[in-house]
Design a binder for this molecule. Structure first.
Ligand code: IPE
Ligand code: IPE
Ligand code: MG
Length: 230
């Protein structure tokens, strides 16, 4: 059977802390392993011809975690961005972000800006990081932009609304994956996932890679998408 590959896959990368706890390790070590899983996943998506990969990396609610964990996450992010830039250029990976990136530590913010600019002409895959991202926050910020632009109520359509989202110009994800067995959205992409197929897997994020991606794709291929029709 021919496997159809979604153009856009979104992933809620969950379970780094539990992966570490199971091994008697610190949560941060779970996050470090999580970075390796990210790289395996981008490579696997590139090979399959996926055009957009959106990863839930840091939520607007994740600031509630301990200061040590938050700063370790920001450090890991900053380090990874520097380390993997050559890889992005070589493989044609274009970095993009959704979320209130301006509110991240200045150093991370600057690095993101630099990477977005440097990779802007890459065309193999859009590697979209959801950073300081909350679905409700995105909707509120989009409404503010619309109001500031003077959009009149009778001009507002779904298409106009979409063009003010952080994700403007990207197709909606056909497939949404969540690891670690949780079955909730946790404020991710509230607008964009209205008809995404949800695949939930029990494995923790640091164990994710090409095999689990194949499993999710198999599951996705067995779904009958109806979009409200018959
Ligand atoms: C996902 O793993 C990574 C982030 C949210 C940044 P968690 O850190 O949520 O791991 P668990 O859910 O506590 O196991
Ligand atoms: C969702 O995971 C956020 C990210 C993966 C970045 P959380 O671990 O923060 O979600 P909850 O708290 O289990 O809902
Ligand atoms: Mg979690």
């Amino acid at each position: 059977m021919e496997i159809s590959v979604p153009k856009h896959i979104a992933i809620i990368m969950d379970g780094n802390g539990r992966w570490a706890a199971e091994r008697g390790l610190d949560r941060v070590q779970g996050h470090t392993e999580g970075v390796s899983a990210v790289l395996r996943t981008v490579d696997a998506c590139l090979k399959k011809g996926v055009k957009y990969l959106t990863l839930y990396t840091f939520s607007t609610e994740n600031w509630k975690r301990s200061e040590e964990e938050v700063s370790a996450l920001m450090m890991l992010l900053g380090e990874a961005l520097t380390k993997y830039l050559p890889d992005f250029m070589e493989k044609g990976i274009k970095l993009s972000t959704v979320g209130d990136v301006q509110a991240l530590p200045e150093q991370v913010c600057r690095k993101l800006e630099h990477l977005r600019e440097t990779t802007k002409d890459n065309d193999q895959i859009v590697f979209n990081l959801a950073l300081n991202y909350g679905g409700r926050d995105e909707l509120v910020r989009s409404c503010r932009r619309m109001m500031d632009a003077g959009v009149k109520s009778d001009e507002l359509t779904e298409e106009v609304f979409e063009s003010y989202l952080d994700s403007a110009g990207m197709p909606d994800p056909e497939l949404l994956i969540r690891t670690s067995g949780e079955m909730r959205i946790s404020n991710f992409l509230l607008w964009q996932i209205s008809y995404s197929e949800f695949v939930c897997m029990p494995e923790f994020w640091p164990d994710f890679g090409p095999e689990l991606l194949d499993k999710a794709l198999e599951d996705f291929n067995g779904r009958q998408r109806r979009f409200g029709g018959r």
